[in-house]
Design a protein around this ligand. Structure first.
Ligand code: MEV
Length: 439
């Protein structure tokens, strides 16, 4: 069996943790230790900051931070920061952004900014009685959280609504206290969860001190208090449009392009196998900006995929329409983002990302992220229905393969020139490189 149990690992110093890991798991402990240490930041203070983001930090894990310029969004021009490892994503985003730059750019609309959370609980009693009671004591929930919500209210946010949801038809005696929140420029997870935990205490206290309930009814059981990462009412739409004739490519006519593009989007609306890959491409663009701006990409991923399945079938997040000679292509996605709090003031590169975006509000960032997802999807579909995806992808991937083969800078330049007008497949790159070496 590989591995060994250790008690109290988190209490060890960083050096002790690295020693333990290297001695137990690395084939060459000294090399492994040196590698971990080489990835430390040269400035000890910056490294300490990273160490303290999570528990048991040993080193840093670098992702490339690139930028995609020329995003015209609601008539402003942005250079979007993107943190991602996949070779062709930034190139595709930048290409789409340039393409739409002279065709009006991206237009965005915030459809809503509501977030929700639930106190999940069990109550053994008459649901009408509970219903009336919750409505009567609603103010108590607001009063008991007044201190917690004070700053948020000053910024224009707070608790918007609290309601009882009867779920007993799905799970015996199961109810929810569903609360709706406006968290303005913060993602708001801690704020929402703190409010919900207070609601659960208020609920228990009020029921237990009321003479309206029997002893059995007073024994409500709080199962959990937690925000929902599904935010269908924290929703943004981004759209591009242009006359059909502006869509001709070197390879196909405008009419053929539009016809195939429309069909490709339709396939992703009706076929979950394709929808998954289609949306994966959208998430390439969304996640990269979400990560670069210090937001929680797992939350965004979870919300987008649930939203994509809201009809009961998993479908494309984008859609398109061709009408009166105009092509319109749009995305609608739930994006619960923050531009204050979390990593936004802590991570030095994240801070810079916000600065280059003009320190946007959460709403503005929602528009940018949606535009990035739409741009990515446009780029992918454009390639798929014309040249095929491998041309652009392998071109960008070429350097990765050459790096794997240990090519020098000069060799890389020669190989890039050699494959300039070709779609390089892996075996061809290896062969071409070996030929070059043996020449
Ligand atoms: C690759 O990361 C993403 C694509 O597969 C997306 C798509 O097929 O639409 C190119």
């Amino acid at each position: 069996m590989l591995g060994t149990y250790i008690k109290g690992f988190s209490k060890l110093t960083k050096a002790e943790k690295i020693d333990w890991l290297a001695n137990n798991y690395f084939e060459n402990p000294e090399e492994g230790k040196a590698l971990l240490q080489n990835y430390w930041h040269a400035d000890a203070k910056t490294q300490k900051l990273h160490d303290e983001f999570i528990e048991n930090t040993l080193t840093n894990y670098y992702l490339p931070f690139g930028v995609a310029p020329n995003f015209k969004i609601d008539d402003e021009i942005f250079t979007l920061p993107m943190a991602i490892e996949e070779s062709s994503v930034v190139a595709a985003a930048a290409k789409s952004a340039s393409f739409w730059f002279n065709r009006g750019g991206f237009k965005t609309e915030i459809i809503g900014t509501k977030k929700v959370g639930h106190v999940h609980f069990v109550y053994y009693g008459d649901s009408n009685k509970l219903w009336e009671f919750i409505n009567e004591i609603k103010n108590k929930f607001y009063e008991d959280t007044a201190d917690i919500t004070e700053n948020m209210r000053k910024r224009g946010g707070g608790i918007q609504d609290i309601m009882l949801i009867d779920k007993t038809f799905e799970e015996p005696n199961y109810y929810q206290l569903k609360a709706t929140f406006e968290t303005v420029d913060s993602m708001g997870a801690n704020f929402i969860n703190t409010c919900l935990e207070q609601f659960s205490q208020t609920l228990q206290r009020e029921i237990q001190t009321s003479d309206r309930f029997t002893e059995e009814e007073k024994q409500i059981q709080i199962i959990m208090c937690i925000l929902s990462n599904y935010t269908p009412e924290c929703l943004v739409r981004a759209e591009v449009s242009c006359p059909i004739e502006e869509l001709a490519t070197d390879d196909v006519s405008a009419e053929e392009f539009v016809q195939k593009f429309e069909r490709a989007v339709h396939v992703a609306r009706i076929e979950p196998y394709r929808a998954t890959t289609h949306n994966k491409g959208i998430m390439n663009g969304i996640d990269a900006v979400v990560i670069a701006t210090g937001n929680d990409f797992r939350a965004i991923e979870a919300a987008c995929h649930t939203y994509a399945a809201r009809s009961g079938q998993y479908r494309s997040l984008t859609d398109c329409e061709v009408k009166d000679g105009v092509f319109r292509f749009w995305i609608e996605v739930p994006l619960a983002l923050g531009t204050v709090g979390g990593l936004t003031k802590l991570h030095p590169v994240v801070k810079l990302a916000h600065e280059m975006l003009g320190r946007p509000s959460a709403k503005k960032l929602m528009g940018m992220v949606a535009a990035s997802g739409l741009a990515q999807n446009f780029g992918a579909l454009r390639a798929l229905v014309t040249t095929g995806i491998q041309k652009g992808h392998m071109k960008m991937h070429l350097l990765n393969v050459l790096n794997q083969l240990g090519a020098t800078e000069e060799e890389k330049q020669q190989m890039v020139a050699y494959f300039k007008d070709k779609v390089p497949h892996y075996n061809e790159i290896v062969k071409g490189y070996n030929d070059l070496k043996n020449a």
